[in-house]
Design a protein around this ligand. Sequence first.
Ligand code: HEM
Length: 444
Amino acid sequence: MATATAPDRTLPFLRRLTKHARIPINAFEEAGTQADGELVRLSMGPFRPYLVTHPDHVQHVFVANQRNYVREGMFWDPLAPLLGEGILSDGDSWQESRRILQPLFTAKYVNSLAERMAEIIDELIEETVVPGQPFDVAKGVSAIVHPTIVRLFFGAKISVADINRLVPAYDVAVTAKAIRLVMPFVPDQFPMPGDRPFKRAIETIDDVVYPRIRQARAQEQVGDDVVSRLCRARQDDLGAEGDRRIRDDLVAMHGASTETSATALTWAWPVLQAYPEIAAKVQEEIDRVVGDDRVTTAHLPDLVYLRMFVHELLRLYPPGWILPRMAVETDVVDGVTIEAGSTVLLSPFLTHRLPKFWDRPLVFDPERFAPGNDNRRHRYAYWPFGAGPHVCLGQHLFMMEAPLLIAGILRKYRPVVHHEGPVLPRLASSLRPVAGLSMTLVPR
Ligand code: HEM
């Protein structure tokens, strides 16, 4: 990056945020369009974060000078009581968790998780779908995605009662703090809606998670679920402190995997409805590859178009739409001085919509991800799973989960979404579609 500095460009943002109070992502989208890849500051009174969208700048913050940009401040501090000091923290505690977790996610283990996932998703589609009855899309998707992850992570021994306590508690925990995400200048001591439900949700999660950890430890960790593997990896790290470290990694991973997957898979249905030609290609491929079988991981390599569809879904609707970092020391990025202690906002949502890097950026077109096309892109123009040392540990698992779920539904049902016009995002820490979107699955 250049070392010469120029006066930074500041965009007024507070009024924009007030104008789009119900859908703040629109305020960010407007600012992103105005900045057009330039590194700008967003003025929200005394709080003036930097907005980083250009792929070169993303590379600088996430890779080249990654150590200078830590997970602190906006977004991270309010969520810290949930996420703890494990894989979603930073510094030494994060490094230790990454050292323990990364080897767990070998291709072999991820494939074995995906095999199990295929069975669970199939069972849950059977159990939860009521054909011909309208249902809330987000709730319906979550009713499959969330128990799938819980069963994979916690093993078959987790009771239905515990699953039924964990699932809503996580939902509350990851959404309750949304308002603090867009109002980071409000001090923690100042009570905000969502603070108390957030606290109660953490208590519920801990009530389920700690006994499961102790049980896995007592059974000498024979299982192959994620809890048992984590316990084995930390077998020398005993006592309350060791249990807490396992808890932090487990809860952080659980949070990172369910909210993101469920959000992405909720967008699939309105998009399929909005683009009938694309939907027809997806359907044709599933019918040809899967036929009347149950969907298994063996089908995945042949579901090429569906994979392209999922990538395009993550381009336009990346669930982790905003990732803040805090600058430890003053840095200069492309001539702009980033002051020590300031917040830097990175957004795959905005990078993925830059006209300089994407032809017709707002058009949904899976062909962008046809095999071989990724060589033509800037490496950091597409990063729904983050980049650099903090890159997502679950991306391959998700790229198997998504086709398993979409094909599992489409092989049996024709989806009808009850909505006119474009489906808009709503305020949440991940990019969720508007509440109350409903759909019917009609048997084919
Ligand atoms: C659509 C699905 C998913 C998306 C879009 C997604 C996105 C992301 C992003 C953007 C990051 C980087 C966060 C940062 O830089 O601060 C991340 C990190 C992470 N993701 Fe995912 N993720 C998804 C699914 C999953 C799944 C299924 C798992 C489960 C194993 C998972 C586990 C993690 C973990 C553990 C990290 C932290 C890595 C680290 O900091 O070292 N994710 N994810």
